[in-house]
Ligand binder design. Structure first.
Ligand code: SF4
Length: 468
């Protein structure tokens, strides 16, 4: 890979935009900033320059307007649905030495790679919680975590049937690899290929990734291009906030998203916003760019304004009260009941006892679903788009025309109904049923509403996996 292939991350331009915004914000009338937010409210996105202005604004009135607009955009495009998923850690072997990660090779602990039967046990435990969508995670190790192993793991996951449970979408978060390997992942029927950039800032990237294949900035940064060339329609980007200046990272993330849209006609399916967490061998005092809760909320809201049609994912790295606040600022997917340890779901004793990072929100999917219902949200376990071929630009077209309301809302209702029938605790079930009714009434199209009612009745009678 040549550096020119990652020229789309234009550090000089980012620094110029940030310097200009920092200067201009001093004399910019509030109305001019509110005008930017008003434009974003129409789901038109933000330019890099506009994003930078919002990132520097500390005016409480402007901040309130950013939060209000983020909330409104999320509701207009995604409604009050929130999609659940869980990470599944396959292997803690890693030949990289990323300075922020508990799995890094200099950390000494008993590493483990799940056997296929252990994977089946993990998936059984996840299905018993009601999960339908997983994100596979593993360290990078060409001997321990081969593509053959991953293919077998994915086939095993799709094959596990625990009572009424099944995993319907396997997203994959593995190290940057070759186009040929992405083709194999596509053939294995993965959903989204997710790869976090960690940091877009080259000098920081070099410092954080001193050795191993991940040290190659260009190889890493062009991974999504190879994945999309291999036919994977849905890719996910992410930054690990806390490694470098968050304003720089956001503009670079947007440059990356714009580049994918330019090259493939569709931008990233999702953005993840992990924040640096304590982990074995990591002292947060060594990281001067940690992001405060205040700034983190601004990051989420401004991203929602900047890329209105892209899913925003929050993990259990954040503690529950902050996660609750973030839901109102544009988040559309969340993990629940997560373990970041290899073997952490089925048996604590088999776990490596060295998680990749610490989990802060310990609510089970049942507790999370109950809280979401109380806050007026609709928990969703939907995986239909990927299975119906509504991926890539087809999904984006649906989202942009508002047609998504006729599929996602009923699908959320149907999958949450399945959850209530098969997994919910007796306490949560009545609350969930009231939530379902309230959201059913919001389906405007009478035909879709009637079809949803008919399918709800079929679910009651024992059918499963009904979707639009
Ligand atoms: S971040 Fe990934 S590649 Fe880096 S040490 Fe951790 S598991 Fe390995």
């Amino acid at each position: 890979m040549f550096e020119s292939e990652t020229a789309f991350i234009d550090e000089n331009r980012i620094h110029t935009i940030l310097t200009t915004a920092q200067r201009d914000i001093q004399s910019m009338p509030r109305e001019a900033i509110l005008h930017i937010i008003e434009k974003a409210r129409q789901a038109q996105g933000l330019s890099l320059e506009e994003t930078a202005i919002l990132l520097f604004s500390e005016d409480p009135a402007v901040l309130a307007e950013i939060f209000s607009a983020a909330h409104a955009i999320k509701e207009a495009i995604y409604g009050r649905r929130l999609v659940f998923f869980a990470p599944l850690y396959l292997s803690s072997y890693c030949i990289n030495n990323c300075l922020y990660c508990g799995y890094r090779r200099d950390n000494h602990f008993t590493r483990h790679r799940l056997s296929l039967s252990e994977i089946a046990q993990e998936v059984t435990a996840l299905e018993a919680m009601g999960h339908k969508r997983l994100a596979l995670e593993c360290g990078e190790d060409p001997r321990e975590c081969t593509m053959d192993y991953l293919e077998e793991a994915i086939a095993t996951i799709y094959g596990v049937r625990h009572e009424r449970g099944s995993i319907r979408r396997v997203n994959v978060n593995i190290a940057a690899t070759t186009e040929e390997n992405y083709r194999r992942l596509k053939a294995a029927k993965i959903g989204t290929y997710i790869l976090f950039q960690e940091t877009y800032h080259r000098p920081t990237y070099a410092k954080m990734h001193p050795v191993g294949p991940k040290a190659g900035y260009d190889w890493h940064t062009t991974a999504h291009h190879r994945a999309m060339r291999a036919g994977i329609d849905d890719v996910g980007l992410g930054v690990l906030f806390g490694l470098y200046d968050f304003r720089f990272e956001i503009l670079a993330l947007l440059q990356h998203a714009q580049e994918l849209e330019r090259s493939f006609g569709v931008g990233p399916h999702t953005l993840s916003v992990p924040r640096l967490r304590p982990a074995p061998g990591i002292n947060l005092i060594d990281f001067p760019h940690l992001v405060s809760d205040h700034d983190f909320k601004r990051i989420v809201a401004i991203l929602r304004l900047a890329v209105p049609y892209t899913g925003l994912i929050i993990s259990t790295r954040e503690e529950s009260s902050l996660r609750n606040e973030l839901l109102a600022l544009g988040i559309s997917q969340l993990s629940a009941g997560s373990s970041t340890d290899v073997g952490g779901y089925a048996s604590a004793s088999r776990a490596s006892s060295s998680p990749q990072f610490s989990v802060e929100d310990h609510r089970s999917p049942d507790e999370m679903a109950a809280d979401l219902c109380r806050f007026g949200y609709l928990p969703s376990f939907c995986t239909a788009c990927y299975r119906q071929g509504r991926t890539g630009d087809r999904f984006m077209t649906l989202a942009k025309t508002g047609e998504i309301q006729n599929t996602c809302q009923p699908n959320a209702i149907l999958t949450f109904k399945e959850y209530l029938l098969d997994y919910a605790s007796p306490d949560v079930r009545p609350l969930g049923e009231r939530t379902l009714q309230a959201h059913l009434e919001q389906i405007k199209n009478p035909t879709i509403r009637a079809l949803t009612l008919e399918r709800l009745a079929r679910l009651e009678q024992g059918e499963r996996d009904l979707y639009f």
